[in-house]
Design a protein. Structure first.
Length: 532
C-alpha cells in the first residue's frame, strides 16, 4: 500500500575505533561461591562490569576467549560461566580476554575467581532479633492489630527473612490469651488488655532445615488511655508565605507534625477546638487542619494559635489537649523574583559532584529562593550531556570526562504560588582541563624480535592532576630518531615493529592533545628507548 508511508531519520556516530577504550574488570574479588554437589549455570557474567569507551559492553560488542580454563568450568559466548556437578572443592581462577568486534586488536584481559565448597558445609545462618528494646506502646482501651512484625528484623543468611523461608514455631505458647502472634509474624493486641509490660518469647525455624532455629523476645507496653500523650507542634519552618492578591487554599495542614502517643495524628483521632477563635476573618482554619488565606488579605506576619484534643468514643476529651502556633507571612503580590547570573571554574571536578547551586544567589520577595517556593526550567545551551541542572538547582557534571569549554545556558525560575511570576538568568561553567605529558624511559629492551605495547606513554601522564583518561586525548609523534624500528600509536602504546634493532638509545618526541573540544589544549614529552 504505497499511500500508507512515513519517514524518519537515522543518526550514525562514526568514531575512530583506535580511540575506544576497552576495559575488562575482574569478577569475584572475594570469590563466587558454588556448592559442588549441584553445580550451577550462569553463576556470573564476566561482561557485567566490563566497559567499552566507558559504556557497559554486551556479547554483541566483543568476542570472549578464555585462558587456562579449569576442567568442569565453562565460559560461554554470552559471558556467563557454568560449573559442572561434583567438581572438586577449592579455589579456581582463570583469565579471559575480550576483544572489540569492530577492532579485533582492541583487547583487554581480567581474572575470574570461583570458590567451590562442599554442600554439607553451607549450613544456613538464622538470626531472630529482639523487637523493640524500648517497648512497643499500645493503649488498652483500643487494642491494635499488626503492632509489629517480628520477622521484619530477622535474617536468614544475612538477608531479611519471610514466611516463605521460615516458620514461627510454638505460636502463642508463651503469649497471654489477649496478645496474639499470627503465622505471618504480625502481633495483635486485643481491646481491654491489662496494662503492664509484656516480654514475649518466639522461635523461628528454617523451612528447608527445621532443625535450624533461633529465638528472640518481643517487648510490649500496654498503657491506660488516660496516659496517652497529645502533642501539637508549632508550624513555622521558615514561615509559610502567601501573596495577598491571590490568596491560597491549603497552604499548610497544622496536623502534619502533631502526634498522639508518638504517632502522627489524623482527624479521626483528634478534633481542633475553638476553630478560628484566634484567627482573623480572612484566614480560615478548617476542621481537617488545613488553612486557607483569602484574596487581598492585608500584608503582615500572622501568629495564630490552635488547640487539638483527643477523641474518645466519638467525643473530644477536654482533659487531653495541647496547643501550638502557626506563623504565616502575607506579602505583596508585586514582590520581585530575581534570578542572578552564575559562573564557576570547574576544572578537575569529580564525576557527579555538585559544583554550585543556581538558587544560592536568587531571591523571591527579598527572601532566599528555594525548591519549596520556585520551579526551575532549563533553556537551550551548549551543555549537552556534560552539565546537569536538577530540580533543586544543583549543577553537576555526570560524565567521567568533560571536555574543555565554556558551557553556557539560560535557566528560568517561576514562583510556585504564582507561576506567571518568573525571571530568567544564565549559567557559565568554565572547564579548562590541565593535561600534563611526562617523560618516559624504558631500558634493557630486547631488540632481536618484534613486540607490541612495550610501553604506554599515557600511563604516567595526568589529566587535572589525576590519572589520564585515555579516550580524552589523542597522541601524535612529533619526532622519531629510531627510523622505522619503533612506532608510537595514537592510543599511547609503543610497538617494536622491525626485528634486530641495533643497540643504542632512541628518542621519540610526542604530543597529547585533548579530544572532543575546539580548545587547543596540548602537552609534549619524550620517550627514551634503550636497546642492548
Amino acid at each position: 500500500n504505497t499511500s500508507n508511508c512515513n519517514t524518519a531519520t537515522v543518526f550514525l556516530y562514526i568514531t575512530n575505533t583506535s580511540m575506544l577504550e576497552i576495559v575488562a574488570v575482574g569478577d569475584g574479588m572475594d570469590g563466587i561461591v558454588v556448592t559442588n554437589s549441584s553445580g550451577a549455570t550462569a553463576v556470573v557474567n564476566v561482561l557485567d562490569n566490563d566497559t567499552l569507551n566507558g559504556v557497559a559492553v554486551t556479547a554483541n560488542d566483543v568476542t570472549i576467549t578464555a585462558t587456562n580454563l579449569p576442567n568442569g568450568i565453562f565460559l560461554n559466548a554470552d559471558g556467563t560461566v557454568d560449573v559442572n556437578e561434583n567438581i572438586a572443592t577449592g579455589q579456581y581462577e582463570f583469565e579471559y580476554t575480550i576483544c572489540e568486534n569492530a577492532n579485533p586488536n582492541n583487547c583487554d584481559s581480567a581474572t575470574v575467581t570461583l570458590l567451590v565448597t562442599n554442600a554439607d558445609e553451607t549450613t544456613s545462618t538464622i538470626d531472630a532479633v529482639n523487637d523493640a528494646v524500648n517497648g512497643i506502646e499500645v493503649t488498652n482501651s483500643l487494642g491494635a492489630t499488626a503492632v509489629v512484625n517480628v520477622l521484619d528484623n530477622d535474617t536468614l543468611n544475612g538477608v531479611i527473612t519471610s514466611t516463605n523461608e521460615v516458620t514461627i514455631s510454638g505460636i502463642n505458647t508463651n503469649f497471654p490469651n489477649n496478645i496474639i502472634l499470627n503465622a505471618d509474624g504480625t502481633l495483635d493486641v486485643n481491646e481491654n488488655t491489662p496494662t503492664g509490660t509484656y516480654n514475649l518469647f518466639y522461635t523461628i525455624c528454617e523451612n528447608a532445615d527445621p532443625n535450624n532455629c533461633d529465638s528472640a523476645t518481643v517487648t510490649l507496653f500496654v498503657t491506660n488511655t488516660s496516659t496517652v500523650a497529645i502533642v501539637a507542634v508549632d508550624d513555622t519552618m521558615d514561615s509559610i508565605e502567601v501573596t495577598n492578591s491571590l490568596g491560597a487554599t491549603n497552604v499548610v495542614n497544622v496536623l502534619d507534625n502533631d502526634t498522639l502517643n508518638g504517632v502522627a495524628v489524623s482527624t479521626n483521632e483528634v478534633t481542633i477546638t475553638d476553630i478560628n477563635t484566634n484567627f482573623p476573618n480572612n484566614i480560615i482554619l478548617n476542621a481537617d487542619g488545613s488553612i486557607d488565606v483569602n484574596e487581598n488579605t492585608p500584608t503582615g506576619t500572622y501568629e495564630l494559635m490552635y488547640t487539638i484534643c483527643e477523641i474518645i468514643n466519638g467525643n473530644p476529651n477536654p482533659n487531653n489537649c495541647n496547643s501550638a502556633t502557626v506563623t504565616l507571612y502575607v506579602t505583596n503580590s508585586s514582590g520581585s523574583i530575581n534570578a542572578e547570573y552564575d559562573w564557576i571554574n570547574a576544572v578537575g571536578t569529580p564525576q557527579g559532584q555538585v559544583v554550585l547551586n543556581v538558587l544560592n544567589n536568587d531571591s523571591l520577595n527579598g527572601l532566599d529562593a528555594t525548591p519549596n517556593n520556585v520551579n526551575i526550567t532549563v533553556g537551550d545551551g551548549n551543555q549537552g550531556d556534560y552539565i546537569l541542572l536538577d530540580a533543586n538547582g544543583d549543577i553537576s557534571m555526570p560524565l567521567e570526562f568533560t571536555p574543555s569549554a565554556d558551557y553556557q545556558f539560560p535557566y528560568t525560575i517561576c514562583e510556585i504560588a504564582n507561576p506567571n511570576n518568573c525571571n530568567t538568568s544564565s549559567v557559565s561553567i568554565y572547564v579548562n582541563n590541565t593535561i600534563t605529558a611526562v617523560n618516559d624511559a624504558l631500558d634493557a629492551i630486547d631488540g632481536t624480535a618484534t613486540a607490541t605495547s612495550i610501553l604506554n606513554v599515557l600511563d604516567n601522564d595526568t589529566l587535572n592532576g589525576g590519572a589520564m583518561i585515555n579516550y580524552a586525548v589523542n597522541t601524535t609523534t612529533t619526532t622519531n630518531d629510531s627510523g622505522d624500528y619503533f612506532v608510537l600509536n595514537s592510543n599511547g602504546s609503543i610497538d617494536l615493529v622491525i626485528a634486530n634493532v641495533p643497540s643504542g638509545t632512541y628518542t621519540i618526541n610526542y604530543q597529547i592533545c585533548e579530544n572532543f573540544t575546539s580548545v587547543n589544549n596540548c602537552s609534549s614529552a619524550s620517550v627514551t628507548l634503550i636497546v642492548n
